[in-house]
Design a protein around this ligand. Structure first.
Ligand code: ATP
Length: 280
């Protein structure tokens, strides 16, 4: 079923009542003037693994903050559209309430508590679980998922490597037992073998625990290896979406984001650039 949005007068691109997360035509404004996200519609199905791709400044992190409720501290605001999670409108909820509903956000830049050990970092995320047995079972599960963290259990997190800190940030988010994990650029600044390791773990978490994942990445090649489907963001708009397989095979994506294909086919590139300008 497709309906017309009363405020924008446009039909939403996607509308699936079965989706776990649904963004319908959202707009985000910073400082009341700067329009960073323009009419974005995205769906993440139950247990889905969806990638949000795009260059620097395209609006990917802003979209994640709109979902987790972290725009307010940055003077950002969703000024149009709806965000529903598990069938309920979450826009009116504050960030902690969205975590209670099952939405957890791992911010870009591995923000761990540097003076605490990995175990203490994990414990810090568990205030909502009073049940000690459950907390201890969850911690065991995290150390099984991330054996590197178990090896460094007594080190201060500030002394862990970049990859280990990223793993700890993801593990700490998982301690809240989310239904949706928002991951912002987990590959940033990591060596390729660590990117593979982290992406393998993300795939495993998604497949084994059925936590849905919305993964923001500039490393399109790595993201499309594990994602089921993806959206491409440019200048605050979705310019393309589809299954990972279809996007991998798309010559525009290949030329602009995967570094291959018809880089010398100037006609195709001109056509792509013209379309981008039109959408901007
Ligand atoms: P990156 O990969 O570099 O993180 P991104 O795709 O995540 O990029 P965003 O960080 O969402 O992009 O930024 C989208 C736009 O919004 C950019 O033009 C950016 O300068 C602007 N922006 C982001 N945060 C703020 C803020 N707190 N105040 C004002 N403008 C902002």
């Amino acid at each position: 079923m497709r309906t017309i949005d009363a405020r924008s007068g446009r039909a939403p691109i996607v509308e699936n009542p079965m989706a776990l997360l649904s963004l319908n035509n959202i707009e985000v404004v910073y400082d009341r003037v700067f329009l960073a996200v323009k009419g974005v519609s995205i769906e993440v199905p139950e247990a889905g693994l969806v990638a949000l791709l795009g260059a620097n400044g395209a609006g990917k992190s802003t979209i994640l903050k709109a979902i987790s409720g972290l725009l307010a501290p940055e003077r950002g605001e969703v000024t149009r559209g709806e965000i529903t999670f598990d069938g309920a409108d979450v826009l009116a909820l504050n960030a902690p309430d969205r975590v209670r509903r099952g939405i957890v956000h791992v911010l870009e830049g591995r923000r761990v508590f540097g003076h605490l050990t990995p175990a203490e970092n994990l414990l810090a995320a568990t205030s909502m679980h009073r049940d000690r047995a459950r907390v201890s079972a969850l911690m065991t599960q995290m150390f099984e998922l991330f054996p590197r963290l178990a090896d460094r259990a007594n080190a201060k997190a500030g002394y862990l490597s970049g990859g280990e800190q990223q793993m700890l940030a993801i593990a700490r988010a998982l301690m809240t037992q989310p239904r949706l994990l928002l991951l912002d650029e987990p590959s940033l600044g990591l060596a390729p073998f660590l990117v593979d390791e982290i992406f393998d773990i993300v795939r495993k978490i998604n497949a084994e625990t059925e936590v849905a994942v919305l993964l923001v990445e500039q490393n399109a090649a790595a993201a499309l290896e594990i994602a089921h489907s993806a959206y491409l963001v440019e200048n605050g708009r979705i310019v393309m979406n589809g299954t990972a397989e279809v996007l991998r095979a798309n010559p525009d994506i290949d030329a602009a984001y995967l570094g291959g294909g018809y880089r010398t086919d100037y006609h195709a590139i001109k056509h792509y650039r013209r379309r981008r300008r039109w959408l901007a």
